[in-house]
Write a protein that binds this ligand. Structure first.
Ligand code: HEC
Length: 149
């Protein structure tokens, strides 16, 4: 690598680290909402399949489960205490009972991991059950921590 390229790479790293350290509360809220929105995008079709409202498509389930595996890790650092006063769909209990909120997030990640595993098998019923398991963790957390839309 030429020296100027190394300098550019190092500078780029510095900018990224700086952005992380200083992310504005409004930006954090936007980002966590974006992660949630994408979870909705990729989970919705699977929920329809599990409920028999759409034909089962194992390839779509496997693809979307993979997306959800990453997405389910993304929203949480956006619920930083610095965002408390930003208008959003989040209830204040997220900040006052952070341990319960964290647990609810981990429950979803565990359910998504089960779905990823199930989606690699050939068992449609087991895969649908795993989709239902994920849906419960979405709804459970929304009941406790999200304003009714
Ligand atoms: C641990 C808690 C938790 C889990 C689990 C969770 N959510 Fe959410 N979700 C929230 C909260 C809190 C909000 C409100 C975010 C805000 O406006 O600040 C939200 C908002 C949303 C929104 C609206 C986003 C927007 O732009 O306002 C969608 C869509 C959504 N969630 C989908 C899902 C789906 C699908 C799942 C499961 C795959 C899921 N969520 C799992 C807590 C959770």
């Amino acid at each position: 690598m030429k020296l100027h390229k190394i300098v550019v790479a190092v500078l780029a790293l510095g900018v990224a680290a700086g952005a992380l350290a200083q992310a504005k509360p409004e930006v954090l809220v936007k980002q966590r909402q974006a992660a949630m929105t994408l979870q909705g995008k990729y989970f919705g079709p699977l929920a329809a399949m599990a409920q028999g409202k759409a034909p089962f498509d194992a390839a779509v389930v496997a693809r979307n489960a993979g997306y959800l595996e990453a997405l389910s890790r993304m929203p949480w650092d956006g619920f930083d205490a610095s965002t408390k006063d930003v208008k959003s769909g989040t209830l204040p209990v997220v900040y006052s009972d952070a341990a319960k909120f964290k647990q609810a997030g981990e429950n979803m990640q565990a359910a998504v991991d089960k779905l990823v595993a199930a989606s690699k098998g050939k068992d449609e019923a087991a895969t649908k059950a795993a989709i239902g398991g994920v849906g419960k963790t979405c709804g459970g957390c929304h009941d406790d921590f999200r304003q009714k839309p």
